[in-house]
Design a protein around this ligand. Structure first.
Ligand SMILES: *Cc1c(COP(=O)(O)O)cnc(C)c1O
Length: 335
């Protein structure tokens, strides 16, 4: 199989169990490509772990989750006019007070507070108004990624606001175990429900390995023109045709956030080759991450392997350093 995710099942499941054990009230997040594992697989794992609530990203993802998961299903995207989906186990996120008027009587709802993320949510005054609605079971906040904001302080402020409201459940994201413990200790009157995706599914990358199959190998001379675009190769060596391309999400990385000055210097340094149309592939061959010979296509990537590197044989596999949330694996092997 071409792009394969190998999961050290014992190690991965031990990690999942450890996170669930350490995180009372955890709500596993299963959205998009199921963090690389597929939503069905991740949902089954969440059920096996005994979780009572699952979070999905969108209303499009909710019906499958309601079918295969026996507990409650929380939709993270806010309810908006036009959503018809209803189920006694479905929990909606409402991020505008006005939306409550359009929701049917027995709907279950979380009212979302607007955090410094500024994506969705109500300000504290609006939240207080929404909280008077008996359908609102709890409050939910979504925080920036750890390290970019004082998430502990912000979560503390929202927790304090709940003391004025009838609800006693706060759904949170992006707090680490120490911050969660502190929140539980300072607000023992609240039930804290931490939503976790990345830290749960992808928190032990040592349990995961990605390989791709080499479909063909060719010798190339410097300046020889190859590929759909017929660009000359910059160095003599070999072209490897690896059986994974844009169809599997290869070469489609989301833009990187270049935060630090060092990051920016690094991307400028890469610029000369990148400006010449080159991009580093995710494939590691003979110990090094190699350059694409040209941008990848649907099911194949052409990789440059300079003279001197050990050349794999057709049928061999190479490892790939992919972004799991944008990869579509041909196979997942639990080993
Ligand atoms: C995706 C998402 C999460 C989970 O984020 P991770 O960083 O993957 O843990 C939690 N809450 C909301 C609202 C999300 O959209």
């Amino acid at each position: 199989m071409s792009l394969t995710l190998h999961v050290d099942a014992t190690r991965w499941r031990a990690h999942l169990a450890k996170v669930v054990e350490a995180t009372p009230g955890i709500v596993p997040v299963v959205k998009g490509n199921g963090y690389g594992f597929g939503r069905d697989r991740a949902t089954a794992e969440a059920a096996a772990l005994g979780c009572d609530t699952l979070a999905v990203g969108t209303y499009a993802e909710a019906p499958d989750a309601l079918d295969s998961f026996g507990g409650d299903v929380l939709v993270l995207s806010p309810w908006h006019p036009g959503v018809e989906l209803a189920d006694p186990r479905l929990i909606h996120t409402v991020s505008r007070v006005a939306d409550l008027a359009h929701l049917p009587a027995h709907t279950r709802v979380l009212a979302e507070g607007a955090t410094s993320l500024r994506r969705h949510g109500m300000n504290p005054a609006e939240l207080a108004r929404a909280a008077e609605d008996p359908r609102v079971e709890g409050v939910t906040i979504h925080l920036p990624l750890a390290g970019h904001n004082d998430n502990a302080a912000e979560a503390g402020q929202w927790a304090a606001r709940l003391s004025e409201l009838p609800q006693a459940t706060l759904f949170v994201s992006h707090l680490d175990q120490v911050e969660l413990e502190h929140l539980r200790e300072t607000h023992p009157e609240l039930t804290i429900r931490p939503r976790m995706g990345t830290v749960l599914w992808l928190g032990d990358l040592g349990a995961l390995r990605v390989t791709a199959t080499v479909l063909d190998v060719h010798r190339v001379a410097r300046g020889e023109r190859i590929g759909y675009r017929q660009n000359p190769v910059r160095r003599a060596g070999h072209v490897l045709v690896v059986g994974a391309g844009t169809s599997q999400g290869i070469g489609l990385d989301a833009p990187k956030a270049n935060r630090t000055a060092k990051d920016r210097v690094k991307s400028v340094a890469r610029g000369s080759l990148e400006a010449a149309g080159a991009a580093r592939s995710p494939f590691v061959v003979d110990g090094k991450q190699r350059w694409f010979a040209e941008p990848p296509h649907m099911h194949a990537s052409m990789i440059l392997l300079p003279e001197g590197a050990r050349v794999p044989a057709v049928g061999d596999t190479v490892t790939a350093q992919v972004r799991f949330t944008t990869s579509c694996f041909d196979a997942i092997h639990f080993e």
